[in-house]
Design a protein. Structure first.
Length: 202
């Protein structure tokens, strides 16, 4: 199956872009959603996280304290690597399982940490980067999340920079205008991907 990897920094608008593709009937596999499922109550990764990080990242009711875990991994790079080692193989397995069930011309895989992990390139035909200025990212995340400016800056610092993401892009959407402009860009890319997916292999 032809696959497009969608990536971008926090607050760049990945979810909105993914929704625009979904409106065209494109199946969307979101690795963030898979990660949340894996760490939900009875999720496949929850006990492994507890074993590595202990009860300091767990709520009293046995669910994951996501805020505590986020603070831990953004303050401690080795801890972030440990969490990635738990989650990424499990996420990749779910992605592959879902891909084989699809019959659409192409699929969109939302991978926020595509550049950082270096993974998935073997299953992607194209990489689509959603880009916008950093100050726009910060404003969007502050408006929706309740995170402080410093917390958002720490997340941005832990992610690949704009230049790194743009360097791996086959296609770029600049999401700094209106929803209508975004929808128009997606419509053009959708037609391009349909054509590429139907083209004979070289």
């Amino acid at each position: 199956m032809f696959t497009v990897g969608l990536t971008g920094g926090i607050g760049s608008g990945k979810s909105t872009v993914a929704d625009c593709f979904a409106a065209h009937g494109v199946p969307v596999i979101d690795t963030d959603v898979i990660a949340r499922d894996l760490t939900a109550p009875r999720g496949a990764a929850l006990e492994a996280i507890r074993a590595v990080f202990g009860d300091t990242v767990m709520q009293a009711d046995g669910t994951l304290d996501r805020a505590a875990l986020r603070r831990r991994i953004f303050a401690d790079r080795p801890a972030r690597r440990q969490l990635e080692a738990i989650l990424h193989p499990r996420i990749r397995q779910v992605v592959e399982q879902r891909l084989v069930t699809l019959t659409a011309p192409y699929a969109l895989i939302v991978i926020p940490l595509l550049v950082e992990t270096g993974g998935y390139r073997d299953v992607l035909n194209r990489v689509l980067v959603v880009d916008c200025p950093e100050e726009v990212q910060i404003a969007r995340v502050m408006a929706r999340s309740g995170l402080t400016h410093d917390e958002i800056k720490a997340i941005l610092a832990a992610q690949a920079g704009r230049a790194e993401r743009l360097a791996v892009a086959d296609d770029i959407i600049v999401n700094a205008s209106t929803l209508e402009a975004l929808q128009a860009e997606v419509a053009v890319l959708h037609q391009r991907y349909l054509a590429l997916a139907s083209a004979p292999l070289p």
